[in-house]
Unconditional design. Sequence first.
Length: 395
Amino acid sequence: MNHKLRILFALESYPPEITGSGIATIRLVRSLAKRGHKIAVVCPGKKLIGEQTREGRIIVYRISSLPVIFHKEFRFSPFAFINTGKFFKKFNPDIIHIEDHLFTARAAVRFARKNNIKIIGTNHFTPYNWLYNLNLPDGTFIYKIVKKILWNYFLNLFNKIDVITVPSLYARKILKNSGIKKPVKVISNGLELKEFKKTTPEDEILSKYKIDSKKIILLSASRLDKEKRVDLLINAICKIKDRAYFHLIITGRGKEKEKLKKITMDKGLSGLVTFTDFITKIDLRNLYHASDIFLTASEVELQGLSIMEAMACGLPVIGAKSMAIPELVKDGINGYLFEPGNEKDAAKKILKLISNKKLREKMSENSLNLINKHDIELTLEEYEKIYYRLLPTKN
C-alpha cells in the first residue's frame, strides 16, 4: 500500500472567493484529505498580514494580499515570494500542485525547484475571462497584444513544471494551440455526486422565494459578471414570455447584478425573474432539484461546474455551443446547444423544452447517466496515480 502524501496546493483564488477554479480546488483538497493525505493550501488572504488556520483537515495559509483593481472581490499576492518560504519549508511537501500561474503559484514553483520537489499544474485559465473584464473590443490590435501577453505569462510557468492537467478535451486543445510543449492529461474537476441527492421537498425552497411551483422553473447559477452572458438569458426569455408559463431564477453575485436587474425591469420581466443573490450550498442544491431546466449562456467555460451540478441533480441543460460546454451538454440527448450570442436561438431551444414534459424527463435521465463519469472518486484515482509516479524512486 502506498504511504500517505504531504501535498501543498498553491493558487490565487480559493473560497470564500467564488470562482470555478477555487471551488474545484476545495473539492479536490477535501476529498484528498478524507483519503488520509496531509494537505496544505497557500492562497491570498483578506488582510495585509498573513495568517495560518486549520479548516477541517486542511491547513490553509492565507498570505498578505491586495484587491484586484478591476474586480475588488478578488485578491492577489504580489508579495508571495517574500511571505511563503518559511511555511513551505515547515510543511515539507512531497508534491506541489499549483492551480494557476499567478504569484502564489510562482512562489511555490521556485521553492519546489530549489528543493527538488515535483510539480503538477492544473489549468483553469483562458485569457478571455480577463479580456471581458478589461472591456477590450474583440479583434482589435490592443486586444490581440494583451491576449498574447496573458498567454506568454502563463506559458512561462507551465512549460517549466513536471505534469500538466486540464478538466476537458477543449482545455487541452487550447493549451496545445497556445504553445504548451509538454503532454497534457485530461482529468475532470469531478463532483461528489452523493452531495447532490435530493433531501428537501421542492415546494419548500420555492416558497422561500415566493415562486409558484406550478410554473416551469428555469435556473441560472453563476457569477454575475460580463463573460457569463446572463443578459442573453434575460433577453431570450423576453421573447417567449407570452408563450409559456415559467419562472427564471438567477443566483449569484457579481459586477453585472444591478445592470441585469435593470434589464429585467425595463423589459417588464420582474414578475418572471427572481434574483436570489448568494445562497448556501444546501439552498443551491435544493434549487437545482426544484428546477426543470438549467440555463447557461457563458462562452468561456473550460468545463462548467454549475452545469455538472445541474446534471447531478437530473436537470436537462440548455447552453451555448462554446468551448467545453458540448462535452457535457450533448445536443438533443441531455439538453440543447444554441449558437453563442444568439438570443433568438436560445429562446427557441428554451421554448421547445418547456413545452415537452416527456422530453425533459428523458433528458433528465440522460444527464444523470452522463455525469457518472465525473464522480470525484475517479478524479482522485487519476491524481493519486500522478502523485505517486512523480515521487523519487527509493534505492
